[in-house]
Design a protein around this ligand. Sequence first.
Ligand SMILES: Cc1cc2nc3c(=O)[nH]c(=O)nc-3n(C[C@H](O)[C@H](O)[C@H](O)COP(=O)(O)OP(=O)(O)OC[C@H]3O[C@@H](n4cnc5c(N)ncnc54)[C@H](O)[C@@H]3O)c2cc1C
Length: 606
Amino acid sequence: MVGLLVHKVPTSPSSYCMLSTHKLTTVMVSLGWWRIAAAVLNALLLFHGDSFAQRDPGYSFMHQATTAPVVSYYDYIIVGGGTAGCPLAATLSQNSSVLLLERGGSPYGNTNITDLAAFGAALSDLSPSSPSQRFVSTDGVVNARARVLGGGSCLNAGFYTRASPRYARLAGWDPRLVNQSYEWVEKVVAFQPPLKQWQTAVRDGLVEAGIQPYNGFTYDHLYGTKVGGTIFDPNGHRHTAADLLQYAKPSGLTVLLYAPVEKILFTRRVGRPQPKAHGVIFRDANGLMHRAYLKRGSKNEIIVSSGALGSPTLLMLSGIGPKRQLKAHNITVVLDQPMVGLGMSDNPMNAVFIPSPQPTEVSLIQIVGITHNGTFIESACGENFAGGARTQDYGMFSPKIGQLSTLPPKLRTQKAIDKAVEDMKALPQSAFVGGFILEKIDGPISTGHLEINSRDPNVNPTVTFNYFKDPRDLQRCVDGIKIIERVIESKAFSPFKVNTLSVVTLLNMTANSPVNLLPKHANASRSLEQFCKDTVMTIWHYHGGCQVARVVDRDYKVIGVESLRVIDGSTFRNSPGTNPQATVMMLGRYMGVKLMRERLGTFGAN
Ligand SMILES: Cc1cc2nc3c(=O)[nH]c(=O)nc-3n(C[C@H](O)[C@H](O)[C@H](O)COP(=O)(O)OP(=O)(O)OC[C@H]3O[C@@H](n4cnc5c(N)ncnc54)[C@H](O)[C@@H]3O)c2cc1C
């Protein structure tokens, strides 16, 4: 077991060459590890290289907000057409009139979204019309949030896996309806990935490393090693939460695009102590303000599904939040609620890059090791198809999307990103082979907070995640890296390991990648704790801000007001499963069914 990163390993390319006479090692090392890692990740972008725009379903209910009336009335108004908002709207439309307001555009026809080959392109598109909006937490980690119908499911790496039954039980969810809701989602957006040599070797390496039993292909969250699902179909085409709108009853649903909601409107009724949400104000692309109100009816509601950044922000812009913060922005206080914006968490991700002595298939995340000590191990690999690149880009670890993994968080500035992007442009399109194994920690336990910066809902709030603030999170990361070490050293993985590159060397290569603009600490002894801190990245599973029992009750009703719920990832205390999107989509469907049953007076029926 390698517990410490010892300081035997030189970090300059020329000194790497002295490590071994092994030709391959020499080639890899002299090319520079960051190039290999970049090439591997570039390959991920090239997977299924044919450009393909997922077919536009031609939803009759989807319109630009500019075409909307100035005033309109609905049974439900849902703010945010994201991963939770789409299945929720599709479900509620069966028996009610529903308005779904999304601040971004349609995902259909945008190949940066629909093609697996373009993964990362949307994240590095910083234009105002991009489906992703970059934000940098005060921790200094560059991150991204969705701005498109389908939300985060249009940007993500596609891995699809359910939460554990324990997670559902703690959330107070009905297990039968949970199961039915997952199945409803899976019929449309989930697929079994093809498993080839590298993923098979990591899978078997995990089993050899003791992450047992092997559970085969399953969406279920089971301890041990498994093959999970993906929202990319076998042709590499993405199926997002927007596809779940095909379940909608067209006459019951209106979807408006480019419709950022600026504010929820409240009324106070005689004899009722609590303010009641009764409408919203949204602005169209021409700057015209529209008002949408709830129709009369005790079951009618406004539901906020604007994501972990958008939902707490909108509550605050509407007057629900910490009084002092609202006053600082001249927002009339509807409810002084200090818990709005608290409990923000982002699960830290750390990865080890591994050059391979033989070609690998090209794969995104397909397998996961679910450990008992709160870490999840995943992997991806690929080749650089020289000359076939649509863009000079490096996938999940591209500096274009801000993943300067070896740069301490606070130094991941735009200037540093620009410099790294420039350096990457100089890369040759040579063929390199390899992959990476990453670990993400469960939870996490460390939490932070969110504050608004403006009354404009499109302006990013200030977010702090406090990665590894709680020592138990750091310990989970260390445990995860130790498992990765065992996988790399396993017999099953040996065909993909260059014998002359020890695990310590691999860790140091990762820690000292030239995308790091800092002076190197090659001769300093480092601990795995230091490795975790120095190489922390986001896996974009951030959540919180409107947490259950703090801002909403267990039925997702906003505490202290009437006719308002929040249903999305902002309500989570912990990220569900190993990766959250399956459960976010499930929750949209689950709550849609519950609300529909309540309206029909059949709650509890199947
Ligand atoms: C790059 C990346 C990779 C990821 N990889 C994976 C993975 O492989 N597997 C996995 O399970 N998860 C993954 N995730 C995480 C997962 O996608 C998210 O957890 C999930 O999409 C969050 O869903 P949500 O409904 O809470 O928010 P979102 O899906 O973000 O939806 C919120 C929606 O609300 C809209 N909105 C916000 N404010 C307003 C407003 N004021 N008015 C109108 N509309 C508004 C936004 O535009 C957005 O469409 C990844 C995420 C990213 C970004």
